[in-house]
Design a protein around this ligand. Structure first.
Ligand SMILES: [Zn+2]
Length: 597
């Protein structure tokens, strides 16, 4: 049944929901409240043996949680960051944020001892603490602390590491990004920033696409010296830290912090790598559809046609609302509430951040940023971001310690709702548009699953080689990336060694192995979608997943709703669905002629 909502909505953020302005005296008061609360807590517990018995520990954890609960509606940094998202030129806000940041980091440093002391509970006592009835509500939290305990350094060392992270990691990455963002690329008769060049390249006609790609690679090569130094510095910094902490493999720290299991992630990576033939098959078909036998790297994202249909924002809201409502009426209510309160900033304008995302903090209102341009992608983006928001809202049913979620479940929620939105969009398309839509959907799956795993393999080899050889030159890194791009693109796509300079603007590889979470999330969410699509009664299970927050490991959350991510067959099944889509596209396009761009 269609719900009719006539509520007028806002298309700009109402940041008054946080503070009435930069001069609001409540900001300073709130910073002081946080400083005071942390300080008091540290004073009480620093010299107390609060881990002596399970009972003592339960008391300390409860009182720590009480503080975070009390502060859950106070977050001045959140306000300043959102303000800067939509007013990037607001220098006054930027300066204030830096100052407040410093004060709050110092304040939270005072609490660093707390988890470290829990982690110091001797290993032979872990069982006793995990079984204690007083600690039952904190069991998974403790398991996590104990699991990571052996990798901790002393309190002083940890503080030093967080300070050195600034000079050995962030400043390198920042200066490299700064240099990159200053690069202008020749385009037509004028010059455009390199980021713009990279974002428009796929949409250009063939000759312009090739010419622009050449310009981009040339520019990247010309600034490769800093990137070479940067990559070697940050990878070596990680090597030193991993060695000190006792992490065996380059990716071990990431998998541990995402609460996944190392063996399972290794199985996922090797299984997908073995199935690169699926993506080879897709690119062969893609090349054929754009009228060629063999394509170059920039052609891999070229469209086979354009969906010209426009989706203005009112129309978009209608589609997404009805998609959410199909899963559960309360989800579309969340969207309506956000629209009414001014929690979604819709259109692009000068000084606003690009892209789309969802920002949350404690019990404060969540904010979604979009750059709606009336195209189909804009509809999918709202579906995706509201998915993150719904996940956050439902996780609020958890006690404070288990709100939020692991990186590896975050994208499951968002891409699930994106798929629900996509199936609504599809209903509105004509047959030719449906073919283009299917092609783009497979292209997206390939990029999220196969490309990210190829990148994981690249990172792994990069770290291993720098660990062994000490240092790699820029062209060596480029060659390595080119090799791994070839591995998933197959023989239909020509990748030159110099194309590998794409490592310079690739920000995700600087998060170290973050990329696998995309592949993981996409395959799990496809399974969720399949389950729900076949039987709408499973919406209750989806709800259980969303409400679980971070109260269990991702593996156990999915297990509780009947999805066994430990079974390699599960991931294989996910890939089979992509193969089925490719079959369908092959069949549908057999007799079609596409205009070659
Ligand atoms: Zn997302």
């Amino acid at each position: 049944m269609a719900r009719k909502t006539k509520t007028p909505y806002k298309t700009k953020w109402n940041l008054n929901l946080l503070y009435t302005g930069l001069n609001n005296p409540r900001i300073e008061r709130d910073v002081r409240t946080i400083e005071r609360e942390y300080d008091n807590f540290a004073k009480i517990y620093r010299n107390k043996d609060f881990t002596k018995t399970p009972k003592n520990l339960a008391k300390a954890l409860a009182s720590k949680e009480k503080i975070s609960q009390g502060l859950s509606k106070i977050d001045p940094e959140f306000y300043f960051s959102r303000l800067l998202d939509i007013e990037s030129q607001n220098e006054k806000a930027r300066a204030l944020l830096t100052k407040i940041d410093e004060r709050l980091t110092e304040a939270s440093n005072k609490l660093e001892f707390f988890h470290l002391r829990i982690a110091n509970i001797p290993k032979e006592k872990h069982g006793k603490y995990l079984k204690a009835s007083e600690l039952k509500p904190y069991k998974y939290l403790l398991e996590n602390i104990f699991r990571t305990a052996k990798y901790n350094l002393s309190e002083k060392e940890e503080q030093l590491v967080s300070l050195l992270g600034q000079t050995s990691y962030s400043m390198w990455v920042d200066s490299q990004e700064k240099l990159l963002s200053k690069q202008m690329i020749k385009f037509g008769k004028g010059m455009i920033p390199i980021s713009k060049a990279m974002s428009i390249i796929s949409e250009l006609p063939k000759a312009k696409r090739i010419a622009l790609h050449k310009e981009i690679i040339q520019t990247l090569e010309s600034i490769n010296h800093l990137a070479e130094a940067e990559i070697n510095a940050i990878v070596n910094f990680k090597k030193v830290m991993d060695k000190r902490r006792g992490f065996k493999k380059p990716y071990s720290a990431t998998i541990l912090s995402y609460e996944n299991d190392e063996k399972e992630v290794e199985a996922l990576v090797s299984m997908i790598t073995k199935k690169f033939s699926i993506s080879h098959r897709f690119y062969k078909l893609h090349a054929k559809l754009i009228g060629e036998k063999r394509i170059t790297l920039p052609d891999r994202g070229a469209p086979i046609g354009k969906i010209k249909r426009k989706f203005d924002f009112a129309n978009t809201v209608e589609i997404v609302r009805s998609a959410l409502g199909d899963v559960d009426g309360s989800y579309s209510d969340i969207l309506d509430r956000y629209l009414k309160n001014g929690q979604i900033d819709v259109y692009p304008y000068k000084g606003k951040q690009s892209g789309g995302y969802c920002a949350k903090s404690g019990d404060l209102p969540t904010f979604i940023l979009l750059n709606h341009t009336d195209d189909l992608r804009s509809v999918e983006t709202l579906g995706h971001e509201i998915g993150h928001a719904i996940h956050g809202e439902l996780a609020k049913t958890q006690p404070h310690r288990y709100r939020g979620f692991s990186t590896s479940t975050a994208e499951v929620a968002s891409t699930f709702f994106e798929q629900v939105t996509q199936s609504k969009i599809e209903e509105k398309l004509n047959n030719e548009e449906k073919i283009i839509f299917l092609h783009n959907k497979i292209m997206g799956d390939i990029a999220t699953i196969f490309r990210q795993i190829a990148l994981f393999n690249f990172e792994d080899e990069l770290h291993e080689r720098i660990r062994k050889e000490g240092q790699l030159s820029g062209i060596q890194v480029a060659k390595l990336l080119a090799k791994h791009l070839r591995s998933y693109l197959g023989a239909s796509v020509e990748v030159t060694d110099r194309d590998g300079y794409g490592f310079i603007p690739w920000s995700h590889i600087r998060y170290f192995f973050y990329v696998y979470s995309y592949a993981y999330g996409q395959i799990v969410s496809k399974a969720l979608f399949e389950m729900w699509n076949e039987n709408k009664n499973t919406a209750k299970k989806i709800e259980r997943f969303l409400k679980a927050g971070r109260s269990m490991s991702p593996k156990n959350i999915f297990k509780s709703i009947g999805i066994n991510v430990s079974d390699p067959k599960f991931f294989e099944f996910g890939l089979k669905n992509i193969e089925k889509d490719i079959d369908k596209l092959e069949k549908l396009t057999r007799k079609m002629k596409f205009k070659i761009a």
